[in-house]
Design a protein around this ligand. Sequence first.
Ligand SMILES: NC(=O)c1ccc[n+]([C@@H]2O[C@H](COP(=O)([O-])OP(=O)(O)OC[C@H]3O[C@@H](n4cnc5c(N)ncnc54)[C@H](OP(=O)(O)O)[C@@H]3O)[C@@H](O)[C@H]2O)c1
Length: 251
Amino acid sequence: MKNNELKVAVVTGASSGIGAETVRALVKAGFQVYGGARRYDRLERLSRETRMTPLELDVRSTESVNVFVSRLPDAVHVLVNNAGGALGLDPVLEMDEMGWLDMYQSNVLGTARMARALFPRLCKSGLGHLVNIGSVAAFETYTGGAGYTAAKHAVRAITETLRLEWLGHPVRITEIDPGLVNTEFSLVRFNGDREKAKRVYEGMTPLSAEDVAEAVSWVVTRPAHVNVDSLLLRPLDQARVDRIFRRPSVP
Ligand SMILES: NC(=O)c1ccc[n+]([C@@H]2O[C@H](COP(=O)([O-])OP(=O)(O)OC[C@H]3O[C@@H](n4cnc5c(N)ncnc54)[C@H](OP(=O)(O)O)[C@@H]3O)[C@@H](O)[C@H]2O)c1
């Protein structure tokens, strides 16, 4: 790489929430950023503000991942596997199989597909960095959350397996595991029900997408020999995934 060339970062799920803020943070840190998601109109809007290169991407499809990757430079320094989320809050006895499959496709297979497709480009950069966005749901469970927590537990298994399989290659691997973050996550989980989504954050202060993006930016800017394995971030008001301190609302 010539001295005046920017390092390249790729962010999946860049159309909203943590992904969009990560794009802003990495642009600010001096990266040339490529952002992927299904909602291209939103990516375009973000690209006007940040000069990110917008590319359509559905991580549930190998074909879409391959087309996306074919449009990237030969060398990629950072891949932030952020695309994903939860669908529904159904107990196991009432599980919506299609919803569960979708969560697996985006969170689990999507993460592995992107890692597989970008591996040669990450190596080519001389020092690549894979950052998977997991969740406290990768460590804990809660009633109605099995579809999502199982998927995020699986993401953690992939992160840890890749650290073994890629040992000796010039690629750092980090998982960032946030607690409650105020994004469109709950709106998507509850299928657009704004009231239900709002109640998730009622009376407490969640993390912001900027808080998580700052963590991403920090891990990828450590000295080359330092691998931050994992970083679990929670709001002060959250002790466990399902133990939240809520202040009574003032009438
Ligand atoms: N918010 C939280 O409390 C929280 C906590 C821990 C972990 N997380 C994780 O953080 C990540 C980002 O979520 P968020 O909180 O920022 O929620 P969000 O605002 O709903 O953003 C989710 C992003 O993922 C993208 N996405 C979803 N499915 C995709 C697919 N098949 N292909 C490509 N992009 C896809 C969405 O874009 P399109 O719909 O445009 O494709 C969107 O940009 C997720 O992995 C989530 O599980 C969130």
